[in-house]
Design a protein around this ligand. Structure first.
Ligand code: GTP
Ligand code: MG
Length: 356
């Protein structure tokens, strides 16, 4: 004991111990850095960033009762917003709808709003009118033209599932949750643990007015996940009716990845909403929106073309680190792709630290 104490007391030993503790700290720090990864989610508005975030959240564990209750109200709020938008479009475009129907459905929307705000439910008599509303020809026609007035595809899903949603004791499933549409304002950050890695994810609002906030989050990311909706090649922006959504996504991608940021981050591109793209390919011609397209109007050729559009405009350094996936973020299958992406991100960062 005495010898040990005197050894510990010697100046040289003290210095060695100090150094050893510092190295331990460094190693510990390195270990934590390896297991903590930050991912930035960017891309234009409505491309599916928050939906990807919800899938990551679902992979990391179940929702609490309180969280499910909150989401239930969001679904009812979505149903109200979609009803107002459908009715407004039907009214404006003078479709086959009578004054009496307009009055009745306007009252229906007001009652939905009141009962959701006051009791967090929709009254059974209002639900009956909503079912009738959804089957009205003018409303069905309006839904068919949803691309024009920017109604999200989720509207159809929630109306089709109305009976289940309004049942007492309804608990939203993951499918219900990924269909909720709430535009992100600012940046929403979440920490989740997946595959033994602590992921800090920043989900940024994608509309033009939101993008200036992105730059505050551009430093020190292990990965950047850019989400673009491949299905939107024939649609215009909500913010600017003259700009094609896909052209905007491609330009935005080039701007972000030709700047001075992300020199060490893994770059992942999700060409999302591939389910809608597949459907569109049956009736919509890519060439009508992209005159420079001269391939056959097939899913495979279309995907190849858009992949190339994104890739061609970025610096070769980024091309080397670019991983591209076609995704359908509302399908739970996307969780398999997310798993692959996490592996890629970790591997890229291990390469950077010289560990592999
Ligand atoms: N059919 C289909 N719908 C999708 C897909 N991904 C997202 N959606 C729906 O598209 C809508 C928009 O998705 P969000 O995740 O809110 O989009 P965002 O990119 O976060 O939008 P901002 O927050 O405004 O930037 C939601 O209603 C989703 O349910 C997909 O792959 N297929
Ligand atoms: Mg969002």
């Amino acid at each position: 004991m005495g010898i040990c104490q005197s050894l510990l007391d010697s100046e040289e030993t003290k210095e060695q111990l100090k150094r050893s503790r510092e190295i331990d700290k460094q190693l510990e720090k390195k270990k934590t850095t390896m297991l903590e990864q930050s991912v930035l989610l960017i891309g234009p508005g409505e491309s599916g960033k928050s939906t990807v975030m919800k899938q990551i959240r679902a992979m990391s564990g179940n929702y609490t009762k309180g969280e499910l209750d909150e989401r239930k109200v969001l679904i009812l709020r979505n149903l109200h917003q979609f009803s107002v938008m459908l009715l407004d479009y039907a009214k404006r475009t003078c479709l086959d709808i009578t004054e009496e129907e307009i009055k009745g459905y306007t009252v229906m929307c007001e009652e939905m709003d009141n009962s959701i705000s006051n009791e967090g439910v929709i009254k059974p008599q209002t639900v009956e009118i909503m079912k009738e509303f959804w089957k009205t020809k003018a409303i069905m026609d309006a839904y068919e033209k949803r691309n024009i007035f920017h109604l999200t595809d989720s509207a159809g899903y929630f109306f089709e599932n109305l009976d289940r949603i309004v049942m007492p004791g309804f608990e939203p499933t993951n499918q219900d949750i990924v269909h909720i549409r709430i535009p992100t304002s600012g940046v929403s950050q979440a920490d989740v643990v997946l595959k033994n890695i602590k992921l800090t994810i920043c989900d940024c609002g994608g509309q033009r007015s939101e993008r200036r906030k992105w730059y505050h989050f551009f430093d020190d990311n292990n990965a950047v996940l850019f989400v673009a909706a491949i299905s939107e090649f024939d649609q215009k922006l909500i913010e600017d009716e003259n700009t094609n959504r896909m052209e905007e996504a491609i330009r935005l991608f080039w701007t972000v990845f030709n700047g001075k940021f992300f020199n060490k981050s893994a770059v992942i591109l999700f060409l999302n909403k591939i389910d809608i793209f597949r459907e569109k390919m049956k009736s919509v011609k890519i060439k009508d929106s992209f005159p420079r397209y001269d391939g056959p109007n097939t899913v495979q050729d279309g995907v190849k073309f858009f992949r190339k559009q994104f890739k061609d405009g970025i610096h070769p350094n980024f091309k080397k680190r670019l991983y591209c996936h076609e995704t359908c973020a509302i399908s739970d299958q996307v969780q398999i792709i997310i798993n692959t992406v996490i592996d890629t991100v970790v591997q890229e960062n291990l390469k950077d630290t010289g560990m592999i």
